[in-house]
Design a protein around this ligand. Structure first.
Ligand code: ZN
Length: 47
C-alpha cells in the first residue's frame, strides 16, 4: 500500500480550533489526532 512506502499523506481535514487541527490521510483516510498545541503526535517518524 502506498502509505507503507512513503508514509501517510496527511492533510488538514478541518480546523477544530485555531490552534487544534485534525489531519487525515489522503490515501487511506486514517485520521491523526493532534495535541493541544495542534502538533501531530506522529508524522514522518520514518524517513
Ligand atoms: Zn495513509
Amino acid at each position: 500500500m502506498y502509505c507503507k512506502i512513503s508514509g501517510h499523506d496527511y492533510k488538514v481535514s478541518r480546523d477544530v480550533r485555531s490552534y487544534v487541527k485534525e489531519y487525515s490521510c489522503n490515501n487511506c483516510k486514517k485520521e491523526l489526532p493532534t495535541n493541544s498545541k495542534g502538533d501531530l503526535y506522529r508524522i514522518n517518524t520514518k524517513i
